[in-house]
Design a protein around this ligand. Structure first.
Ligand code: CA
Length: 232
């Protein structure tokens, strides 16, 4: 079981990240300032550090520099609102392994974390399947029967959430937070728009609308209507 340290002073974001990681079976702890981040990260008790740059007491860049100076090799994924090119370069040159600008979606964060841990959790398959759809999480390719479908990153993330929860009703809010992140307007109809894209690309019957609630992936193809004998 992997242990992930989250250094984030914004309670809402820390809770969002922590809840999601725990759902995926990670052990987590949150620290809210740079000095605690450094103290905890250097103990060796953590497999990965998610590091906000704007932290009280000691900013994320300084935490990172001190860790690397102390030859602490823990993988570090920087999470920050400072998304200018110079920050990205400074973060990576400072020894960060990856960089995610806010706002971010949880699926995106998970993908980066998995890469940095260089392991797929053993209980997680690499290829998710439902009906005639196969979603390869490693190559990010999607097949419908033998045909490859072209999905955008967002469409892929949405398809992944559906395939991870076959036959389960997912509300628009759940889909918004899993795919678009915490910053999205809950009144947005973007989920409906993307479900339409998926139906167009992966099959009209794949995702069922549950009126007033949300959507459900049909794990098995619907039974074709019985053939009617023309004389009866
Ligand atoms: Ca901050």
């Amino acid at each position: 079981m992997h242990r992930i340290l989250i250094a984030e002073d914004e309670a809402r974001i820390a809770a969002f990240v922590e809840r999601g990681l725990r759902t995926h079976g990670f052990v987590t702890s949150v620290v809210t300032d740079g000095l605690s981040a450094y103290d905890h990260a250097r103990t060796g008790g953590w497999d990965l550090l998610i590091l906000d740059l704007g932290l009280p007491a000691c900013d994320g860049f300084s935490v990172l520099r001190k860790l690397r100076e102390a030859r602490v090799t823990i993988p570090v994924v920087i999470l920050t609102a400072r998304n200018s090119v110079s920050d990205v370069v400074a973060g990576l040159e400072g020894g960060a392994d990856d960089y995610i600008p806010k706002p971010f979606s949880f699926e995106e964060l998970m993908a980066r974390v998995r890469v940095r841990l260089r392991t797929e959790p053993s209980y997680e398959p690499t290829v998710l399947r439902a009906g005639n759809i196969a979603l390869d999480l490693r190559t990010r390719r999607v097949h419908v029967d033998d045909r490859m479908a072209e999905l955008s990153a967002r469409e892929f993330a949405l398809a992944e959430v559906f395939l991870r929860h076959p036959d389960q009703v997912l509300t628009r809010e759940q889909l918004l937070s899993r795919v678009w992140g915490f910053d999205y307007d809950p009144g947005s109809n973007i989920v409906d728009v993307y479900v339409r894209y998926l139906r167009r690309k992966l099959g009209a019957d794949l995702v069922e609308t549950i009126r007033g609630v949300g959507y459900r992936l049909r794990a098995t193809a619907p039974t074709p209507p019985a053939r009617l004998n023309s004389r009866s």
